[in-house]
Write a protein that binds this ligand. Structure first.
Ligand code: CTP
Length: 403
């Protein structure tokens, strides 16, 4: 997650019991490479101590005592201006109200008023306080000014009641921070469509023909595109993965559905990256009813599916083809020859050739060994790397070629 490295994040912690979870957030951000400066309100210090946060961030935390210290006149300006992002998690109804009205009576609200970087707020409060028209109006004011609100979620609340008011979990907050950190990247304003997973072709209502694709490489590509600021549509066959926050998801099952989704979503887009393992054959006559053992062993006749990339290439004339089209080649032998042939026949700008016979690369593996072949004959052999790193290199090329 190189997107966090060397980023400066100011984390505001306010007076909610969820403040203890903010220590985990500060820790995870620090582990991911960010510099985290924590500012506590007085109420937050009733729930947690600055020492907890200093221990996980390796940096001193700031409280209202610092507001009246020697460096006070520069501290809030410094904390505000140096930050790439101000995250307030948990954020109480009281702090939301202060921010909405430009009040600046503690170090956190003074800093928020002095800073120009984006503001991400993870509210935490009782359901009644969250629903109150005053809070809802204050949230509306801040949203209009560009603040991003995430959550609160529904669940158990400190009062013992259940309702909407729980702060999001650390992992979800991290995903939203990641999205905001990437938003002004080199692909900002660009539309990127990624396909992922192995399509499923029905034999009958319960059985399908599918392949070993895990979807990991495709999901990593979608994440890498988001990290560079792209608007991402992820067209996905069924997988066990959690989609990256910020991607628009289009769920499909069959090659035919994927073709329709790709044509619709990629028309006029900036880039299409086909990482999906699309079935080449499907049962010609899928049975409407479950095939029964008593009826004997079925003879399954197959027919060819549509080649999605070839269909996209044929649209070049209509101006509907994405500006850049990237494919994958899954090969168990003659890797480069086969990949070069696919590059040409599918009209691609470049192709990622993937040796699926190796244990450390291909379908289920966490790592991949890929060679990129470009339309102009250039080749780049990447060493063994994680699928996330492969995705970063591919998106690096996408952004370079779109310049
Ligand atoms: N692909 C496609 N439509 C298909 C099959 C594949 O668009 N019906 C895309 C894949 O998403 C991939 C590229 O074409 O980006 C190459 O896929 P691959 O399975 O390696 O090649 P095939 O064209 O299926 O050829 P073969 O199976 O004979 O190697």
């Amino acid at each position: 997650m190189s997107i966090f490295s060397n980023k400066r994040i100011t984390l505001g912690v306010t007076g909610s019991i969820a403040a203890y979870k903010a220590a985990d957030l500060a820790s995870k951000l620090t582990q991911a490479g960010a510099q985290v400066d924590v500012i506590f309100t007085g109420a937050a210090e009733k729930f947690v101590t600055p020492l907890t946060f200093q221990s996980v961030t390796g940096r001193r935390g700031y409280s209202d005592n610092d507001l009246w210290g020697n460096e006070a006149h520069v501290l809030h300006v410094g904390l505000g201006h140096a930050a790439d992002l101000l995250v307030i998690a948990p954020c109480t109804a009281n702090t939301i109200a202060k921010l909405a009205h430009g009040q600046a009576d503690n170090l956190l609200t003074v800093t928020a008023l002095a800073m120009q970087s984006p503001l991400l707020i993870a509210p935490a409060m009782e359901a009644g306080m969250y629903d109150h028209p005053a809070t809802q109006e204050n949230i509306g004011i801040l949203k209009k000014r560009g603040a991003t609100f995430i959550g609160p979620a529904e669940g158990h609340l400190a009062s013992g009641l259940a309702g909407i008011g729980r702060m999001l979990e650390t992992a979800e907050i991290l995903e939203h921070i990641r999205l905001l950190l990437g938003q002004h990247g080199p692909l900002a304003g660009k539309r990127v469509v990624v396909t992922a997973g192995g399509t499923q072709e029905p034999l009958d209502p319960v059985r399908v023909l599918t392949n070993r694709s895990s979807g990991k490489q495709g999901y990593a590509l979608a994440q890498a595109a988001l990290d560079l600021g792209a608007q991402v549509t992820l067209i996905t066959a069924p997988t066990a993965l959690t989609p990256p926050t910020g991607a628009r998801l289009v769920a499909v099952e069959t090659a035919k559905q994927m073709l329709a989704a790709v044509l619709q979503e990629s028309a006029g887009s900036d880039a299409l990256i086909m990482a999906a393992a699309v079935a080449d054959f499907r049962p010609k006559n899928a049975s409407r009813d479950k095939l029964k053992k008593a009826d004997g062993i079925p003879q399954v006749e197959l027919e060819a599916t549509e080649d999605i990339l070839k269909t996209v290439a044929a649209q070049r004339q209509g101006g509907k083809r994405p500006r850049l089209v990237v494919g994958f080649a899954a090969e168990s032998r003659d890797l480069l020859e086969n990949a070069a042939a696919k590059l040409k026949s599918k009209g691609l700008d470049f192709i990622a050739a993937n040796d699926i016979s190796a244990k450390d690369a291909g379908f289920a593996a966490e790592t991949n060994r890929v060679t990129l072949l470009f339309a102009d004959g250039r080749q780049e052999a990447l060493s063994l790397m994680s699928k996330a790193e492969v995705a970063e290199v591919i998106l690096g090329w996408v952004s370079k070629l779109l310049e």
